[in-house]
Design a protein. Structure first.
Length: 294
């Protein structure tokens, strides 16, 4: 009997050690991020542009005051920075100031264009218990020089580039059932795009990628799925935040109709702090004129 108890204790200790090692390794992994580079050629521009895309920060800090992330962004020396939403986690009002300060640092580097994700949107209503804190946060960000907070709005970035920020209805983020985005929602919001310029769309939820491309986005930037909780090495994720198995648009660059969709794996996490074969990422996009357009 004593031998059986000893063997059982040994097994329990071994399992506990494995779990402890896994937790430590996961903690270390959550402190890392990578820079993913994409190159896009288009005949709609006449010079090079360098764009950085950050999504789903969720109040995460990489080093004190996000110093490591800021250093990486400075090295990229972008022409503009796109924020794809969920920079905050809705109920972490204690960390809103950290994100505000981070965006303030970004604004000193170049122009920043901030679209709303589901976390910003769900508390952007007076019914939310966090509304007052969020209002102070978003008003402070919107008042910064070089920062444009875009809520179903568009802005000319350059004579050849226009940025649209689509605020997707909250119900379209329901986890149990995917609520469709109406076929005409984007057209009713923005009208028809100018096909002679390069149209960038910030749209937090990649589930509607076909609609973004159909509307006329040359490239749409999305996030939301965090790359999934667990990815197959060099492959797709198992599960999205919507609890969708093997989501189609989980992270990477996709050819969709005549456009492209870039889906960030995000920088932070919430609820489930898990990243397996799924490192956080900063996305760097180089837009270049097609060679025959030079």
């Amino acid at each position: 009997m004593n031998d059986m108890i000893q063997r059982a204790l040994l097994i329990i200790i071994i399992i506990a050690v494995i779990i402890l090692i896994a937790v430590i390794l996961q903690y270390i992994e959550l402190q890392k991020f990578t820079t993913t580079i994409y190159n896009i050629e288009t005949d709609k521009i006449k010079k090079d542009y360098h764009i950085l895309f950050l999504s789903d920060l969720h109040c995460k800090e990489f080093g004190e005051n996000n110093c490591r992330l800021i250093d990486a962004i400075k090295k990229e020396n972008p022409d503009c920075i796109l924020l794809g939403g969920d920079m905050i986690t809705s109920n972490r009002i204690d960390l809103y100031d950290n994100v505000r300060e981070f965006i303030s640092q970004l604004s000193k580097l170049t122009g920043v264009y901030y679209a709303l994700g589901n976390h910003e949107q769900r508390i952007n209503t007076q019914e939310s218990i966090y509304y007052n804190e969020f209002k102070k946060y978003i008003d402070a960000v919107a008042s910064m020089d070089n920062v444009s907070v875009l809520d179903n709005e568009s802005i000319i970035f350059d004579e050849n580039i226009k940025i649209y920020a689509l605020t997707i209805p909250v119900e379209c983020y329901e986890k149990k059932d995917t609520v469709p985005l109406g076929e005409d929602f984007i057209k009713n919001t923005f009208g028809k795009p100018d096909i002679n310029i390069f149209n960038i769309m910030l749209a937090h939820n990649p589930a509607f990628s076909e609609l973004y491309a159909k509307w006329g986005a040359d490239v749409a930037f999305s996030g939301h799925n965090h790359g999934g909780l667990i990815r197959i090495p060099n492959g797709r994720s198992f599960l999205s935040p919507q609890f969708e198995l093997f989501p189609k648009y989980d992270g990477g660059i996709y050819d969709v109709q005549d456009g492209k969709v870039i889906v960030s794996k995000g920088l932070g996490t919430h609820s489930f702090h898990i990243r397996i074969f799924n490192r956080a990422e900063l996305i760097s996009v180089h837009l270049t004129p097609e060679k025959h357009n030079l």
